[in-house]
Design a protein around this ligand. Structure first.
Ligand SMILES: Cc1cc2nc3c(=O)[nH]c(=O)nc-3n(C[C@H](O)[C@H](O)[C@H](O)COP(=O)(O)OP(=O)(O)OC[C@H]3O[C@@H](n4cnc5c(N)ncnc54)[C@H](O)[C@@H]3O)c2cc1C
Length: 396
């Protein structure tokens, strides 16, 4: 029996585990955290990826978790509303088709779908990989050495597997010019809505998932150099400096950052690689082709990539994983460029133009022009058919 080791148990990892198991492959998933991370900003499952979750039999659960955001309000630096629209007006999303749900709910659903069928090892990480003609020998930080036929890195933007098998992150990391801090704050009375406040090169955002008692806060800012990953205190100071002097909602958010104990700080970046396969080590999801949250497509790429990689691995046609996915990945990564101008305009002139366009969004979206490139990118991939991949519903 073919044995595959997957590093990372978030979106790409458990989705891959599902498909590989369905094809009769023996799967082990190693995750450095103590459990599947349940926290969660909202993520999108769009276009082709909806077909993938349908084929996995989890579409009804995902639909039940859909947060159905009703309104995005855009404020100026003084906190005055300059535009308001529905999320689909902006993204070209297909109402009733595309899904938005807390990331932790998606990972929990994918984990529940696979936990009894594949081996999960938490609190561990790959230490070394040694490739041979017929296997990969793996040592772990904690567990004893083991051998697998293939190793798949689904361990995110800062992938450990990529570093071990493909080289240092700097060779593939493409910085998009922004850094951000994400954290939770008490809900000031929002329900199913998001509030964005922009000044040139700055974005503060509140995102209310349903009617939860807390909301997701995001403070993102342009920075010529990628800020290094640093201590929580340094993050608070750096972000506080970046947002000094801005009115409206922002001072409250910067103050909340001082009390937050769940701060997630990173650069807004993509991973761009010429190859995702090196012998018997393969990359998937953000580890291979992170498009950044500006594209809104990271989760969908991870889900579709898992489907294609598992199918080609099973068929013994692994190189087709790259050829099938490449154009879809490139188109979705390209969305981040235009989204960057829309979500984080850098100059006063860009911001003014953006605000005029946002005011017209509800009208423009009816013309089918706005959001067309996002919609086309999300649906660009037609899923290949693999034996036993088409039947909907759970197949134990
Ligand atoms: C603030 C923010 C907002 C976002 N918004 C959206 C959005 O609106 N829409 C959207 O589609 N996407 C969004 N994304 C992106 C989305 O979360 C990712 O694209 C998606 O989760 C990719 O899944 P993945 O499984 O490839 O990687 P990840 O979700 O990053 O998971 C990687 C997993 O690997 C584990 N891991 C890391 N190192 C190791 C190691 N050494 N050994 C073992 N395990 C390891 C991690 O603990 C984690 O469980 C957003 C991301 C962020 C940060």
């Amino acid at each position: 029996m073919t044995r595959v080791l997957i590093s990372g148990a978030s979106v790409a990892g458990p989705a891959l585990a599902y498909w590989l198991h369905r094809y009769g492959i023996d799967v082990t998933v190693v995750e450095k955290a103590g459990a599947v991370r349940s926290g969660g900003y909202p993520i999108d499952v769009r276009g082709t990826a909806v077909d993938v979750v349908d084929r996995m039999g989890v579409l009804p659960q995902l639909r039940a978790a859909h947060i159905d955001t009703q309104r995005i309000s855009v404020l100026n630096g003084a906190g005055k509303t300059v535009a308001a629209f529905g999320p689909d007006d902006l993204t070209g999303g297909q109402p009733g088709q595309d899904l938005e749900l807390p990331r932790g709910e998606l990972t929990s659903i994918l984990y529940a779908q696979t936990r009894d069928r594949v081996e999960y090892v938490f609190n561990d990480s790959i230490a070394t990989l040694t490739q041979h003609a017929d296997r990969v020998d793996v040592t772990f930080d904690v567990g004893g050495p083991r051998s697998f036929d293939y190793v798949i890195g689904a361990d995110g933007l800062h992938s450990n597997t990529r570093r071990l098998a493909f080289g240092p992150e700097r060779d593939y990391h493409h910085y998009l010019g922004y850094c951000f801090a994400g954290f939770a704050v008490p809900n000031p009375g929002l329900a199913q809505e998001a509030i964005l406040q922009n000044t040139p090169g700055r974005l503060s955002a509140l995102y209310a998932v349903g009617k939860q008692p807390w909301v997701h806060a995001l403070l993102a800012f342009a920075s010529p150099e990628p800020a290094r990953r640093q201590s929580v205190e340094e993050v608070r100071e750096l972000v506080g400096r970046a947002f000094a002097g801005i009115g409206g909602e922002t001072p409250g958010l910067v103050a909340a950052l001082r009390d937050a104990d769940d701060i997630y700080f990173d650069t807004v970046s993509q991973i761009r690689m010429p190859n995702w396969i090196n012998g018997r080590v393969i990359l998937a999801g953000d580890a291979a082709y992170a498009p950044s949250f500006l594209s809104g497509q990271g989760t969908s790429l991870a889900l579709a990539g898992a489907y294609v990689l598992a199918g080609e691995l099973r068929n013994g046609t692994l190189p087709a994983y790259e050829t099938t996915m490449r154009d879809y990945v490139t188109r979705n990564q390209a969305l981040a460029d235009s989204a960057g101008i829309g979500i984080l305009p850098r100059s006063q002139a860009q911001l003014w133009l953006r605000n005029q366009a946002f005011r017209l969004l509800p009208l423009l979206s009816r013309t089918n022009l706005v959001g067309r490139s996002a919609r086309n990118a999300a649906t660009h991939l037609t899923l290949p058919e693999y034996a036993n991949s088409t039947a909907r519903g759970d197949r134990r």
